[in-house]
Design a protein around this ligand. Sequence first.
Ligand code: SF4
Length: 390
Amino acid sequence: MAEAGYIELGPIRPPSEAQSLLIRVTRNCPWNQCEFCHTYKGERFSFRPVEEIKKDIDQVAEICEQIRKFSWTLGYAGEINRQVLTQVYRRSGRHDSGWQNVIGWLYCGGQQVFLQDANTLMVKTSDLLEMLRHLRSRFPFIERITSYGRARTLAKKTVDELKELRAAGLSRIHIGMESGYDPLLEYVKKGVTAEEQVRAGQNVVQSGMSLCEYVMPGLGGTRWWREHAVETARVLNRINPDFIRFRTLYVRQDMPLHEKVARREFERPSDDAIVREIRLFIETLEGIQSTLVSDHILNLLEEIQGKLPEEKEALLAVIDRYLALPDEDRLRYRVGRRMGHYRTLEDLGDPAARRRIQQIIEEARSSGTNGPRSPEEIEKEIYRMMENYI
Ligand code: SF4
C-alpha cells in the first residue's frame, strides 16, 4: 500500500468517543492547573494552524482512498467493510496511530468525530468554522462532531457563535465540570466558578448542541463531600444538560493533589463513602431531563445509569442495594470490579468468579511481609488497582 502521511493525535478522548475519528485541533490544555489532572502536565498549550488541521483531514481522506483501492484487490469492489478493514490491519503493516485511528473509526461505522485536545473552543470561531466545513466537505456522512470545552471559555462565547458552530456540524460539547462548589473549585485550582459553569452550560444548551457534563465523585474529599454533592447537583439543576457523566477521583502520584494527600491535608473518601455521596447528589438533582451515565472504568457502580426524572428511584435503589450488602460482599464486589470481572451487582451471583475473587482476597490477606495484612493495607491494595485504568 502506498504511503499516506502523518496524522497528529492528542493523548485522550472521553470514553463515549471510543468510536470516533480523532482530529487534533489544539495541543494540550491552555489552563493546565487542575490539581487532580495529570494529562497535560509539563506540556505547553498551542493552537495548530488551520491549514495544518485541514491537511490532517485530507490525510484521513487519503487513507480512506487507499483502503478503497485495497478493497478492489480483495474483490469487494471498493466497498469499505469490516472484512476489508481487518485485512488492511493485518496485511498493510500500517499499525501507526494515524492509521489505527482511521481503521478503528471506519470499523465502528465512520460516523463520529472528536476534536482534540482539552479546549477546542479556544480557537477563533471563524477558524473553527473553516475547519468544520472542510471536515464536512470531505466526509459528508459524518453524523456527530464533538469536543471538550472549558466552562470559562464557553461562558464567554455568545449563543449566536455556538449556534453557528452547531450549524457547521459541531454537535456535542463535553465539559469537565467536576464540581459546582466554589471553595472546592478554588482548592483544586479548577480556574472556574460555579456561576461560570452555569453560564457556560446554559449557553451550550441554548445553542441547541448536546451537552455532556462530567462530575467527579470523591473530589470533595472527606471534608467537603456533602457540599460537593449538593452544590454540584444544584448547578446542574440550572443547566439541564443532556448527559451527566461520573468519573470518580483517583489521585495519582504525579498529580499536584497528591502533595495534599501526602501532607494529610486532603483525604479521598472510601469507596463506600463515595457511593453515599453519589446518592446525595442524585437525590438533589431536580427538575431536569438528563441522562446519568457511569461509563468510566474508575466508577464502582456502572449500573447508576438512567434517565431523570423517571429512573431516579431505580438509580437510588441500585445504590441502596450495594450499601445493604454484607461487608464481605461489598469487599468482594470492589475487588471484582477493580479486577475487571464485575460490571453489575448481579455479577456477585456468579459462583466461579466468586470463588476466584475470594481466593485472591484470602491470598492478599495472608501475604503481608510481617504476617497477615490489616484491613487498611487491603484497602490500599484495592485502591492501587485503580491505577491500572488511568
Ligand atoms: S482544564 Fe481539563 S485538561 Fe486542563 S488541567 Fe483542568 S482537568 Fe486537566
